[in-house]
Design a protein around this ligand. Structure first.
Ligand code: A2H
Length: 252
């Protein structure tokens, strides 16, 4: 963890009913996977969520109505940020692992894909964010490589019980970057010849390039801000998501 606090937008990805057996105790609640992102303006292009199969998660009461699925560490932080039904104290209704979450159908704000699924990602860190990541393969090199890997490996899908119909077939273009086109993450991963989701150094460079250029030179291709500069509309998208109750601000 860094010295300065990092502020994330937590995107509320709602679990579509009927709930599987494991989530039975949550019947009657609104249940969300809460994904920490630095790029709220890319949410139009969500294709799936990522969870760590062996990761430990819990379903925590955030308010009278809402339950968030995330790591205990982030639930404790949220409780201190006034996001817990019991003040200052996380309230866990069900303990879960990533395996329990794989295949959950989700409705996520702004996404052009109406239903997206939770899929396994092995590079998720449990000491960052919520341990849940929303996947935007057009603009995130990590997401692009994880998806490419999952698509290329039927044995990996079988191991984690991933049905083919849960795996998105198309990348949704969200932002144009003059130098990188409409699917910047794909372009940069190909240019840098990144071979696997574990190619840490190259992925760090890919992230640096796409993150920087996306912000300074990107133009929106989709949604109510199509044609506008990313730099101008990023804070507007974030504020809208928060005011509509579809996201919250989270720091760590
Ligand atoms: B970002 P930073 Cl489009 N483990 O959101 C691994 N990665 C995690 C994580 C965890 N526990 N929690 C969050 N993240 C990802 C969107 C996005 C992101 C785009 C482009 C770049 C990008 C869609 N995925 O991040 O270390 C989340 O993915 C590039 C760094 O705190 C989150 O934002 O800087 C970002 O990493 C936070 O990483």
């Amino acid at each position: 963890e860094g010295v300065q606090p990092q502020e994330y937008t937590l995107i509320k990805m709602e679990v579509v009913k009927p709930f599987p057996l494991k989530l039975g105790p949550l019947e009657g609640k609104r249940v969300f996977l809460a994904a920490a992102t630095l790029r709220p303006e890319t949410m139009y292009g969500q294709t799936n969520a990522w969870v760590l199969p062996d990761g430990k998660y819990g379903a925590y009461e955030i308010s009278e109505t809402d339950v968030f699925i995330l790591t205990e560490r982030s639930a404790i932080n949220l409780a201190y940020q006034n996001f817990s039904k019991i003040p200052q104290k996380p309230s866990c209704l069900v303990e879960l692992t990533g395996y329990d979450l794989i295949g959950l159908p989700l409705k996520s704000p702004l996404s052009v894909n109406e239903i997206i699924y939770a899929l396994p990602m092995l590079t998720i860190l449990t000491n960052k964010g919520t341990g849940i990541v929303t996947s935007v393969p057009s603009d995130s090199p990590d997401d692009y490589m994880a998806l490419r890997d999952l698509k290329a490996k039927p044995d990996r899908r079988a191991k984690y019980g991933v049905k083919d119909e849960w795996v998105p077939s198309d990348i949704v273009p969200v932002i144009n970057i003059p130098e990188f086109g409409d699917k910047a993450a794909e372009k940069v991963c190909l240019d840098l010849k990144i071979q696997s989701p574990n190619d840490k150094d190259k992925l760090a460079e890919a992230k640096r390039l796409t993150y920087l250029k996306g912000f300074t030179e990107g133009t929106m291709l989709i949604g109510e801000f199509a044609g506008r500069k990313v730099q101008e509309i990023k804070p507007i998208v974030k504020t809208k998501l928060i005011e509509s109750g579809e996201a919250i601000v989270y720091s760590e």
